[in-house]
Design a protein around this ligand. Structure first.
Ligand SMILES: Cc1cc2nc3c(=O)[nH]c(=O)nc-3n(C[C@H](O)[C@H](O)[C@H](O)COP(=O)(O)OP(=O)(O)OC[C@H]3O[C@@H](n4cnc5c(N)ncnc54)[C@H](O)[C@@H]3O)c2cc1C
Length: 418
């Protein structure tokens, strides 16, 4: 099991940067720091538009994308007072089928996109009241969801416990398999001519005359580019990575999840099942049970408490799962902004673009983020749905006293980073 960690995204001691010089392209149209889901999605769309793009990724062990459940759950995960975010999520859901078709064609790989929907369930009267609140919120926001009484919910998902007392069917909340999506994105990106440099830590943004002229690496290399895109997940606010005066209020929010092997022929839920405590996402040969939400700085240890919480919450809704073999207990660091919404767009430094802060919804929001940054780079402005998500929404460009404090706390715990 991992020990508590206070380390930079990648182990810099193992990264001499030797050999990097031979791999780094000298000059591109856009250089991206971070090759997680967001960096790859953005990079692919730009490369597919004919731009010369390089993605530099240091291979952080606790990145969020490989640990995720892959839910595209705009309705199930709706939050009060977040109308703009819901609008963005619905727009991304609308884009997902086309994104999927294009990605599968470009990569030659299926991503296990499942359109069976999501069922939010309640057990007991208190939870039914909370479920009703969520349903009302969804209806007011215009989500097309359906209330299910206990019998309807059990009929739809007969493998759940008979004690399920009500449900909401969210037919447009689909899912993908992260283990297929991420390799497909890498393949599509390189097929489109993109250059992917693994094991390469970006240490800063190069400026000339106050505007971006490239990315600098910890090995001393420079990739020249008029556009630099920061998609470094929970590490996007690393001191020194961004030019002076640009503050990105993103912190790590730990999530632990469990992957369980499902023997062939075993009856399982057919769609994502979601409660306030846990979600169960059925894939081709496994169930993903997620996820804890923990303020733990950059400590991504897998813990007994996390495992216990996931097992206890699963036991309430799914009988018989105790026999399943554990494939993995995993932990990732969600990039989370102070308002839980993504940060997409410009920074005030000419040529510097952000695609970060996707919190619990990076998979859901990947297509709309990629489309927004593609529009920004190629046409000079993000589409209307993405306009509310610029850095400018944080007073002082993301550097209010409160945000500075959050930042300072987390980076103090993270120690020196690059
Ligand atoms: C347990 C769990 C379950 C989740 N489930 C879902 C879900 O069901 N649906 C959903 O929509 N979202 C989900 N999420 C959230 C989703 O995973 C994230 O929002 C998304 O993956 C963020 O992607 P990213 O590319 O911004 O960050 P990351 O995946 O963290 O990628 C950042 C990348 O940047 C690289 N990097 C960092 N610093 C540097 C540097 N200085 N130089 C070079 N490279 C650098 C890292 O190596 C890493 O590869 C979940 C998250 C967790 C943890």
């Amino acid at each position: 099991m991992d020990r508590a960690t206070t380390r930079p995204p990648c182990d810099l001691r193992k990264q001499s940067g030797l050999g990097e010089a031979g791999k780094l392209p000298r000059s591109v149209d856009a250089a991206i720091a971070g090759g997680g889901l967001i960096g790859l999605a953005v990079g692919w769309r730009l490369a597919a538009r004919g731009l010369k793009v390089a993605i530099l990724d240091c291979g952080a062990a606790n990145a969020a994308s490989p640990m995720a459940s892959g839910m595209l759950a705009a309705a199930a995960e709706i939050e009060p007072c977040a109308a703009d975010l819901f609008h963005l999520a619905i727009e991304s859901q609308r884009l997902w089928p086309g994104f999927r078709t294009a990605l599968e064609a470009a990569s030659g790989s299926a991503i296990d996109y499942r359109d069976h929907g999501t069922m939010v369930v309640a057990i007991g009267r208190d939870e039914v009241d909370r479920l009703r609140f969520r349903f009302d919120l969804q209806r007011r926001a215009g989500a097309e969801t359906q209330w299910l009484d206990a019998a309807d919910a059990r009929a739809l998902e007969p493998t759940l416990r008979p004690s399920i007392s009500a449900g909401i069917l969210c037919p447009h909340d689909h899912q993908v398999e992260p283990r297929r999506l991420l390799p497909a994105l890498r393949q599509a990106f390189t097929n489109a001519g993109g250059v992917l440099i693994d094991g390469c830590t970006v240490s800063g943004v190069e400026l000339a005359g106050g505007r971006v002229c490239g990315l600098r690496t910890s090995g001393g290399g420079i990739v020249s580019a008029p556009i630099a895109i920061i998609a470094a997940g929970a590490w996007s606010g690393t001191p020194g990575l961004l030019p002076p005066g640009v503050g990105v209020p993103v912190r790590p929010l730990k999530g632990q999840s469990l992957s369980l092997w499902v023997p062939r022929g075993m009856e399982c839920p057919s769609r994502v099942v979601w409660t306030d405590q846990v979600h169960i996402a059925p894939k081709a040969d496994r169930l993903v049970v997620g996820a804890t939400v923990e303020e733990a700085g950059f400590d991504a240890s897998r813990t007994a408490g996390g495992l216990y919480a996931l097992l206890e919450a699963t036991r309430r809704i799914l009988p018989g799962f105790e026999e399943l073999r554990i494939e993995a207990l995993q932990a990732g660091l969600r990039p989370t902004s102070v308002d839980d919404a993504p940060i997409i767009g410009t920074t005030g430094v000419s040529g510097l673009v952000l695609g970060t802060g996707h919190h619990r919804n990076g998979y859901l929001l990947a297509p709309v983020t990629a489309a927004a940054i593609e529009a920004l780079v190629t046409r000079g402005a993000v589409p209307p749905a993405a306009e509310p998500f610029g850095l400018a929404r944080f007073a002082g460009g993301g550097s209010t006293a409160h945000e500075r404090q959050i930042h300072a706390d987390h980076h103090q715990r993270a120690g020196a980073r690059v």
